[in-house]
Design a protein around this ligand. Structure first.
Ligand SMILES: [Zn+2]
Length: 550
C-alpha cells in the first residue's frame, strides 16, 4: 500500500518536523491512529504520544499494549527515528501485511518518539552535546565554573578534540600505523613528540594548567530519575524520583495504562538490548522470568543480530517497569558502530594491551575510509587557541559517527529495530473464548459453559514478579443478560499462562501450561434470551461472546 504520509529515515527530524509527521499520521489514518500530548518538557514543549490500534476492534485500553519510547537521552536521536519507522511500518502496512494487520487489530502500540524534546533540539541544532535535560543541574551557574568548557572554537559546527604538544607529561602520541590516530604513551617511549588531549573548548578563569574539565552545565540524567532504587548519590539522578516533568509524564502515562504488557526504550549506542535484572545477578532473578526475558529478546536478535545483555543501571525506566510492575522491557542500544566496521564488540571490549587497543582503532579508521568516504573523522588542523596557544583540532565526529549513524546508514538501523519492536509485540498475551456452550436443563433453566484461553506467547500476568507484587488482578469472565440460579456472575479464572510455558516445561513452569480456564453458570431464562459473556484480563485484553438461548 502506498504511504499516505511521506517520511525519510536518512536524516534526523527536528521537533517541528517530528510533530508535523505525527499530526499528519493521525490525520491520514484516523481509524487506527490518535495523537495525544502526555505532558510538557522543562522548556514547555509538548511531549507527544501516538496510539496505534484498530479502533473498530476495541478501544486502545481494552487490548494488551506495547509501550515504545525514545530519546529520553538528548543525543540518542536514532531512537526517535526508529520510533517513527515503527509508526510508518504499522500504519502504511495495515490492511496489506497480514501479520502487521493482525497486531494492529488485537493489540495497542503506544509510541512516544521523543520523550525529551528539549534535549534533542539542543543536540540537533548546536555543536554542544548533553546527556538529557536542558535544565541546569545540580547548580544554576555551572557554565561559569572555572575549567575547560566544551565549545566549537574554530567554527566548523563540531566539538572535536584538541591535541596540544606536551613532551614532558603528554600521555598520548601519534600512531606509527596511522598518523591520524592518537595512542597511549608507554613507559619505555622516549621518542617525542607527546601530546595532551582535551575536548575542544575554552577555559573559564584561565590561569595556566592545571584546569578542570567541565563536561556540561546540564548534569541531569532523566533515565536515572525513575522511582526504582533511586538514591541521591546516583549521578544525574535529579532531586527526587520523577522530579523531572518528562519522567513524571512517562510514569503517569504508564501507570494510567495498566494494559501495558511490555515496553522497549530506544537509546544509542552499542548494538545490544539491556535487560533485567538491573540490580542483582541473573542467578538471583526469578528463573522463569529470566527465561521469558531472554525468549522475547531472541526475537529481536533474529532481526537485528544484537544480543541481550544484563544491565546494572539504577533508577532507569526498564528497572522500574520490572521491579514495580513486573513488566518485561528492554533498553535497545541502537547503532553498532563496531559491528559496522567488522569488529566483534565483545572481542573489542577484551582488548587489553596498547597494541590490541590500537588495532581496534585502526580498524575503525579503515572502515571510515572505506564505508564513510572518510567523513567520520576530521584531520588534525592547526588552530591558534586564545588560551593554550597553538593546538590541533580533529578526531572522530562525536555525533554522526560515534553516537549516531551518519544519515545514509540510518535507514537500515531504524528499519531492523522497528521490526524488533513489532516482533516484541507479537509475544504479548491475548485472551479469547475457545468454546461457549448452552444446555437446556429444563424449561426456563440453562447451563452455560465457556472456556477462555490465552492464545499468546507470554502469560497474561507477564512475569512471576507481577504475581509477587500483586500488580494485576486475575483474569475473569462475566455473564450478563440473565439471572443466575446460584453463584456469581463474575467467575475468577486465575492467571492464564501462554504457550511459552510449554517450551520450558522440563525444567520449570507447569508441565501442562494452564492457558485455558472453564466457567459454568446455571441461569433462569426463557428461550430467545440473549446472553453476553465478557472475558477480561488486565494485560491480556478483553473478549466478548454473545449467544441466544434455544
Ligand atoms: Zn541512553
Amino acid at each position: 500500500m502506498p504511504r499516505k504520509v511521506e517520511v525519510s529515515f536518512d536524516r534526523y527530524y527536528d521537533y517541528a518536523e517530528l510533530m508535523q509527521y505525527l499530526q499528519d499520521v493521525a490525520e491520514a489514518y484516523p481509524e487506527i491512529a490518535d495523537l495525544e500530548i502526555i505532558g510538557q518538557s522543562y522548556e514547555k514543549r509538548d511531549i507527544p504520544a501516538l496510539t496505534i490500534t484498530n479502533k473498530e476492534t476495541g478501544s486502545h485500553d481494552s487490548k494488551p499494549a506495547l509501550y515504545v519510547e525514545a530519546n529520553i537521552h538528548a543525543g540518542e536521536v536514532t531512537g526517535s527515528m526508529t520510533a517513527l519507522n515503527l509508526i510508518d511500518l504499522l500504519v502504511s502496512n495495515y490492511g496489506d501485511d497480514k501479520k502487521i494487520t493482525r497486531l494492529v487489530d488485537v493489540y495497542t502500540f503506544y509510541v512516544l518518539p521523543r520523550v525529551n524534546p528539549d534535549g534533542a533540539e539542543f543536540y540537533l541544532t548546536k555543536p554542544e552535546t548533553l546527556r538529557s535535560s536542558t535544565r541546569p543541574w545540580p547548580e544554576e551557574n555551572m557554565d561559569k565554573l572555572p575549567g575547560l568548557h566544551p565549545k566549537d572554537i574554530n567554527g566548523d559546527g563540531k566539538i572535536l578534540q584538541m591535541r596540544v604538544r606536551n613532551d614532558k607529561r603528554g600521555a598520548w602520541k601519534i600512531s606509527k600505523r596511522d598518523p591520524r590516530l592518537m595512542i597511549a604513551r608507554q613507559p619505555w617511549d622516549s621518542d617525542e613528540p607527546f601530546y595532551s588531549l582535551y575536548t575542544e573548548g575554552l577555559i573559564e578563569k584561565f590561569d595556566g594548567e592545571p584546569f578542570e574539565f567541565i563536561r556540561t552545565p546540564y548534569g541531569l540524567d532523566m533515565n536515572r530519575n525513575f522511582p526504582s532504587n533511586w538514591h541521591p548519590s546516583i549521578p544525574g539522578g535529579g532531586d527526587f524520583p520523577t522530579s523531572e516533568a518528562e519522567v513524571r509524564g512517562v510514569v503517569e502515562f504508564i501507570t494510567n495504562h495498566p494494559n501495558i504488557a511490555m515496553a522497549n526504550t530506544f537509546h544509542t549506542s552499542g548494538g545490544f538490548f539491556f535487560r533485567n535484572p538491573y540490580q542483582y545477578s541473573d542467578e538471583q532473578m526469578d528463573q522463569t522470568d529470566l527465561k521469558l526475558f531472554r525468549a522475547v529478546a531472541a526475537e529481536g536478535t533474529k532481526v537485528t543480530g544484537y544480543p541481550d545483555v544484563k544491565s546494572s543501571n539504577k533508577a532507569c525506566l526498564p528497572e522500574w517497569l520490572y521491579e514495580h510492575k513486573g513488566i518485561i522491557s528492554f533498553t535497545t542500544e541502537l547503532w553498532d558502530r563496531m559491528g559496522q566496521a567488522g569488529i566483534d564488540r565483545a572481542e573489542a571490549m577484551k582488548a587489553y594491551t596498547p597494541e590490541e587497543k590500537e588495532d581496534v582503532q585502526i580498524r575503525l579508521l579503515h572502515w571510515n575510509d572505506r564505508a564513510l568516504a572518510g567523513e567520520g573523522f576530521y584531520e588534525w588542523t592547526k588552530f591558534d587557541h586564545p588560551q593554550l596557544g597553538e593546538v590541533e583540532i580533529g578526531g572522530w565526529d562525536p555525533k554522526l559517527n560515534m553516537q549516531n549513524p551518519p544519515g545514509f546508514l540510518l535507514p537500515g538501523e531504524t528499519y531492523k529495530n522497528a521490526h524488533w519492536a513489532i516482533r516484541q509485540a507479537a509475544c504479548m498475551p491475548l485472551i479469547s473464548f475457545e468454546t461457549v456452550k448452552q444446555e437446556k436443563l429444563e424449561e426456563g433453566l440453562y447451563k452455560i459453559t465457556a472456556t477462555v484461553i490465552n492464545e499468546g506467547f507470554l502469560p497474561t500476568y507477564i512475569t512471576n514478579k507481577t504475581l509477587e507484587l500483586k500488580a494485576v488482578k486475575p483474569d475473569s469472565v462475566t455473564l450478563e443478560g440473565a439471572d443466575l440460579l446460584s453463584g456469581k456472575k463474575t467467575v475468577m479464572l486465575g492467571h492464564l499462562q501462554g504457550y511459552a510455558m510449554a517450551h520450558y516445561s522440563g525444567g520449570w513452569g507447569a508441565a501442562i501450561p494452564n492457558s485455558i480456564a472453564k466457567a459454568t453458570w446455571v441461569v433462569k431464562a426463557t428461550e430467545g434470551t440473549k446472553i453476553t459473556l465478557k472475558a477480561k484480563s488486565v494485560r491480556g485484553g478483553q473478549a466478548t461472546e454473545e449467544l441466544v438461548l434455544e
